[in-house]
Design a protein around this ligand. Structure first.
Ligand code: PAF
Length: 284
């Protein structure tokens, strides 16, 4: 596995692979790898000839009061894990390589970025994601790019950028990888102390409770949300949002008649956690 720092080096490596007729898969990451990231790398390895993983803690997607300075960073550990997964290139640029002096472009997706995490974290968050991902697509020119479904809103934002800007890349959303007690894997789980870690499993239990209501034949949003809400309240979770939204448009829905996402964000101990689940549409 090569660790590359510059855009020119990545371009040269991709050009050489393309000259051999190879396909290119990209896994964009901010490092601090866990099984969720490794599952994306495995899928990329299975489907692409050249696998590029980017490791860049993107400053523009963090707000002033967020965890940019404390975000877990351990490049040597990440590189070792990526190597085991058969990654060909780890692209780990410095911030100045991605945002040189005078950088002045911002990709803003309207609508779906204004709710949920966009509303809580601010517009800069998805602007930062959309801009850096568009740059990574321009640098790596992947055939396929792999994202975790845990960041469901991010996946929708990236799909919208690709569609609206006619980018020639297929977006693969890969299933959420969970701890044995159901907690969705996240680089931010390292912020949880033992008490918060135990409390955090309520997020997944709230999703299970919602799914159980739907499975019992009730598809109305109020009953589904209430079941999830009860679990979170019983665990004294400080909920930021718990919402049922259309799986494509993120518009609020009153009933699960088409596929819908149940999305939850909460403060648990020192961590901000998000989770979500696709509820399959049932006509009432
Ligand atoms: O999901 C992430 O880790 C980041 O938002 C991404 C897609 C790598 C962009 O910085």
């Amino acid at each position: 596995m090569k660790i590359l720092r510059t855009i020119a080096e990545v371009r040269a490596a991709v050009r050489a692979a393309r000259a051999e007729g190879e396909t290119v898969g990209l896994v964009p990451t901010m490092g601090a790898f866990h099984e969720g990231h490794l599952s994306l790398m495995r899928q990329a390895r299975a489907e692409s000839d050249l696998v590029v993983v980017s490791l860049f803690v993107n400053p523009t997607q963090f707000g002033a009061n967020e965890d940019l300075s404390t975000y877990p960073r351990d490049e040597a550990r990440d590189a070792a894990l990526a190597e085991v997964e058969g990654v060909d290139i780890l692209f780990a640029p410095a911030a100045a390589e991605i945002y040189p002096d005078g950088f002045a472009t911002n990709i803003h997706v309207a609508g779906i970025t204004e709710v949920l995490d966009g509303a809580i974290r601010g517009a800069h968050h998805f602007d930062g994601v959309a801009t850096v991902v568009t740059k990574l697509f321009g640098i790596v020119t992947p055939d396929v790019a792999y994202f975790g479904q845990k960041d469901a809103q991010q996946v929708l934002v990236v799909r919208r950028v690709v569609r609206d800007l006619d980018l020639d890349v297929r977006i693969e959303a890969c299933p959420i990888v969970r701890e044995p007690d159901g907690l969705a894997m996240s680089s931010r789980n390292v912020y949880l102390d033992a008490d918060a870690r135990a409390q955090a499993s309520a997020l997944n239990r709230s999703i299970d409770a919602a799914e159980a209501v739907l499975a019992s034949g009730q598809n109305d949003g109020e009953s589904i949300r209430a079941a999830a809400d009860r679990v979170l309240a019983d665990a004294s979770i400080d909920v930021e949002y718990l919402e049922l939204r259309d799986a494509e448009t993120l518009q609020p829905v009153d009933a699960v008649e088409r596929d819908a996402l149940l999305l939850v964000a909460a403060r648990v101990g020192a961590a901000r956690l998000i989770d979500n689940h696709l509820l399959r549409g049932v006509a009432s």
